[in-house]
Design a protein around this ligand. Structure first.
Ligand code: CP
Length: 329
């Protein structure tokens, strides 16, 4: 059977528009640092097609029928894990969720043994979230199956970066020259890193805002500007992406108190009055309401936070399709 026949028509059309780039020529998706601009654009275009599929009355296509995907999360998740599950089911793939807390990991089984054992059960793709930066990269070197990074330590969260970019483009089109503020705990944020890699490749002007203790000294080498003054940056911003402040950082003396942090770097209605009329407020979730963002702003007219979550399904479906559904014709 022609392998294209089971693909959504709009996806095939997009591939032909992409100068013969029909698929991702890689086994794994480990970070946006490694992706070319063409690869990012291919994923985003495919995600538009998948969003259309996901919105159908019966959101299902047979493209990945017979493929088996496993999620292996060593850290908690609501959005990422559930949206990968939903995306896989839209594409008719089987999904197994390994609950690490009740797996043989608690008996001391290491990551390499775990992924090798999963692979020999016939799995085609392993989606990993781990507290150690580089864990998905290690897994990818040790299995033939595709590995997708669902967040590794402070390193990257590539599918979050892609869904953020997808949402930004949906709202304001081409991101070249657009000013994106990423606000908060940059030092410990894999979301920030994936956003920086992706946005700078697409020509956006990225400004990192937060207290000096939460912004690494050498981060400007990534092609971004650093500011410690949120009020000064808001008026020219096209997008304000607020990061979750990890309260445990306060115990390490990285900022004096939650109240002080909220006063200087929290996004509230007063602060937002200085923004442009069409500013877009984003947050990857989960939100600490009243800390990095007030409820009034998080639920207010400028926010696209739940749209980001919806778009996460389309972006993750696109990735699964491009990694696992490669046509060979
Ligand atoms: N944004 C994000 O990664 O959310 P989860 O931790 O719920 O997956």
């Amino acid at each position: 059977m022609n392998p294209y026949l089971s693909w959504p028509f709009s996806v095939i059309i997009n591939f032909y528009r992409m100068n013969n780039t029909k698929s991702l020529h890689r086994k794994d998706l480990l970070g946006l640092k490694d992706l070319s601009v063409d690869e990012i654009k291919l994923i985003l275009r495919t995600a538009h097609s998948m969003k259309e599929v996901a919105a159908r009355p019966i959101p299902k296509v047979p493209t990945l029928l017979g493929k088996h995907i496993v999620t292996l999360f060593y850290e908690a998740s609501t959005r990422t894990r559930t949206s990968f599950n939903t995306a896989a089911k839209i594409l008719s793939a089987n999904v197994t969720n390994v609950a690490v807390s009740s797996s043989s990991v608690v008996k001391g089984e290491n990551l390499i043994d775990t992924v090798k054992n999963l692979e020999v059960m016939g799995l085609d793709c392993i989606i990993i979230r781990h507290s150690m930066g580089g864990a998905p990269h290690l897994a990818a070197k040790n299995v033939q199956a595709s590995v997708i990074n669902a967040g590794d330590g402070y390193n990257e969260h590539p599918t979050q970066g892609l869904l953020d970019i997808f949402t930004m483009e949906e709202k304001k089109g081409n991101l070249k020259g657009k000013k994106v503020l990423i606000v908060g705990d940059i030092a410990h944020s894999r979301v920030a890193r994936s956003n920086i890699w992706g946005l700078t490749k697409l020509g956006a002007k990225v400004v990192l805002v937060g207290p000096p203790t939460l912004i690494p000294e050498d981060i400007e080498e990534m092609g971004v500007r650093v500011s410690y003054n949120l009020d000064a940056e808001i008026p020219a911003a096209d997008f304000i992406n607020m990061l979750r402040i990890q309260k445990e950082r306060q115990d390490k003396g990285l900022f004096p108190s939650i109240e002080e942090y909220a006063k200087l770097y929290g996004l509230n209605s007063d602060r937002l009055k200085k923004a442009q009329k069409d500013v877009i407020v984003m947050h990857p979730g989960p939100i600490n309401r009243g800390v990095e963002i007030t409820s009034e702003v998080a639920d207010g007219p400028y926010n696209v936070i739940l749209e980001q979550v919806t778009n996460g399904v389309a972006v993750r479906a696109a990735l699964l399709l491009l990694l696992l559904g490669k046509p060979t014709a």
